[in-house]
Ligand binder design. Structure first.
Ligand code: NAD
Ligand code: DAU
Length: 340
């Protein structure tokens, strides 16, 4: 039997990029295909250490381009599909929702059709805890897999829509799917539009850090490598048709996160600038990962050391993120925030 072929969509982005590296290094017996459109969020320079490896391939394509996707699937006959590709930033979905529906909803449906035609062994749909909406600040409440879907932003609504379509392909066509819903990730190669890398890059440049509202919203942080190991487990051991929540019980307010970064970099809290709140801003996310733990998942990182490792990674990899803070990024930042 030949080597198994694994298609990873969105493998030039933050989480997909870490996942591709994790899989290429861990499984020489699999051929890993990275399919990505290389939008503003995609970048291949992060793969310099794996790009010449024999079990790694890159394909540039749009997941919403049905003809191209069908031809590729017919030709390669993938065994597994792990679907990360998406428009992922909530703030961008508030200013420009259309592309979120095209990529996240239509693109997912195109991949499902192509996967069905070639009878893939498993389709893992990487989703988010944001599909559940928000929790209040009662620390004893968590999202479980039974929490009703109730998304707030165009981003989370597009992900919730894709989750429902993925589930329907299981019920209707018996396509062997899993859906994973993870909390906020942090770690290497995080695009500096998101809170943690935005704060690190701004603080290092002695620039103001925009904190929405009163900074008391809570996110549940997970190191990206713990997310990768969870998906690896679900790919191989997940019961088909099932949803798995992923999270490591690391709740922090946004202000706590920003202050931790400022403190580690020996800068002043005067850099914090409270700005207008995000529209429809979810108060709190918190994951109950019991179901995944029962499958055998054990996260390795705790937030207090993981965030320091991450800050140090940004200090050591200045060239990677500096080139991202280009003209396009500056234009985006100016439109999004009234800050220099
Ligand atoms: P990202 O924005 O860093 O990367 C997305 C990648 O998808 C980029 O490489 C981009 O070029 C690619 N892409 C976008 N549109 C495409 C298209 N039409 N065709 C092909 N490729 C396309 O995103 P991320 O933060 O790495 O998130 C990856 C996935 O994980 C998303 O599905 C997201 O919803 C989910 N997720 C993210 C988090 C988080 O904290 N970042 C948490 C839970 C789930
Ligand atoms: O929960 C999982 C989700 O986490 C993923 O599905 C999304 O793809 C990912 O982007 C992330 O969404 P968030 O909206 O939670 O992440 P973000 O980094 O944009 O914001 C984190 C918190 O920080 C949120 O409460 C908003 C706040 N924030 C964010 C930015 C960019 C600020 O206060 N200031 C900012 O400038």
């Amino acid at each position: 039997m030949g080597k198994k072929k694994i298609l990873v969509t969105g493998g030039a982005g933050f989480i997909g990029g870490n996942f591709v590296q994790y899989m290429v290094n861990k499984y020489p017996q699999y051929d890993i295909y990275n399919l990505d459109l290389l939008t503003y969020a995609g970048d291949l320079t992060k793969h310099i250490d794996i790009e010449t490896k024999e079990n790694y391939r890159f394909v540039k394509a749009d997941i919403a381009d049905r003809d191209t996707i069908n031809v590729l699937f017919e030709k390669e006959q993938f065994d597994y599909v792990i679907h990360f590709a998406a428009e992922s930033h909530v703030d961008r979905s508030i200013t420009d929702p259309g592309v979120f529906v095209k990529t996240n909803v239509l693109g997912t449906q195109v991949l499902l059709d192509a996967s069905r035609k070639i009878n893939v062994t498993k389709f893992v749909h990487v989703s988010t805890d944001e599909v559940y909406g928000e929790l209040d600040f009662d620390p004893t409440t968590f999202f479980t897999e039974e929490t009703p879907i109730n998304p707030s932003s165009p981003y989370s609504a597009s992900k919730a829509s894709s989750d429902l379509i993925v589930h329907s392909y299981f019920e209707t066509y018996d396509l062997p799917i899993n859906i994973t819903r993870c909390s906020n990730n942090y770690g290497p190669y995080h695009f500096p539009e998101k809170l943690i890398p935005l704060t690190i890059s701004r603080v290092l440049n002695n620039q103001k850090v925009p904190v929405y509202g009163d900074g008391k919203n809570v996110r549940d942080w997970l190191h990206v490598i713990d997310h990768c190991s969870a998906i690896d487990l679900v790919l191989h051991e997940g019961v088909k048709g099932e949803v798995y929540n992923i999270g490591g019980h690391n709740e922090r307010t946004n202000l706590e996160v920003v202050k931790t970064i400022i403190k580690h970099l020996n800068k002043s809290e005067n850099l914090i600038e409270f700005v207008d709140d995000r529209l429809g801003h979810d108060k709190r996310y918190a994951i109950d990962p019991t179901k995944l733990e029962k499958l055998g998942w054990i996260p390795k990182y705790n937030f207090d050391s993981g965030i320091i490792d991450t800050i140090n990674w940004y200090l050591d990899n200045f060239e990677w993120w500096e080139k991202i803070l280009s003209a396009d990024y500056q234009n985006y930042f100016k439109k999004q925030y009234n800050l220099n």
